[in-house]
Design a protein around this ligand. Structure first.
Ligand SMILES: [Zn+2]
Length: 112
């Protein structure tokens, strides 16, 4: 569990930055420009434009919830199983909402 306030502040900053990148990508997409989801770590690029928009909106919602979780003191809680998300995983991509096991399960079941 990550409790160091300095680290938490840095991670929150990263989540906010990520939110901005995703919002910008969504805006580009809405303006008919092509966006590479892979660059955002948001999925594969053979998805249709409609799928891309849906994927980005979902990611934005997720990021929004993670931003709020910092203030609520629940940052690092898996949205699916309620367990702790691994510290390494949070450091690598603090905007994640699932622990490693639940993420793998979501990928397998196509519910990401
Ligand atoms: Zn989980």
């Amino acid at each position: 569990m990550i409790e160091d306030p300095t680290v938490l502040r840095r991670l929150k900053r990263q989540v906010l930055d990520k939110g901005q990148s995703v919002a910008l990508a969504l805006e580009k997409l809405m303006n008919g420009l092509d966006v590479r989801l892979e660059d955002l770590g948001a999925g594969r690029d053979f998805e249709s434009e409609r799928d891309k928009r849906r994927r980005l909106r979902k990611l934005l919602d997720q990021i929004d919830r993670v931003v709020k979780s910092f203030d609520a003191g629940t940052f690092g809680t898996c949205a699916d199983c309620g367990g702790r998300i691994e510290d390494d995983r949070l450091r690598e991509m603090p905007w994640t909402s699932r622990c490693g096991a639940c993420f793998q399960k979501a990928v397998r079941e196509g519910t990401l």
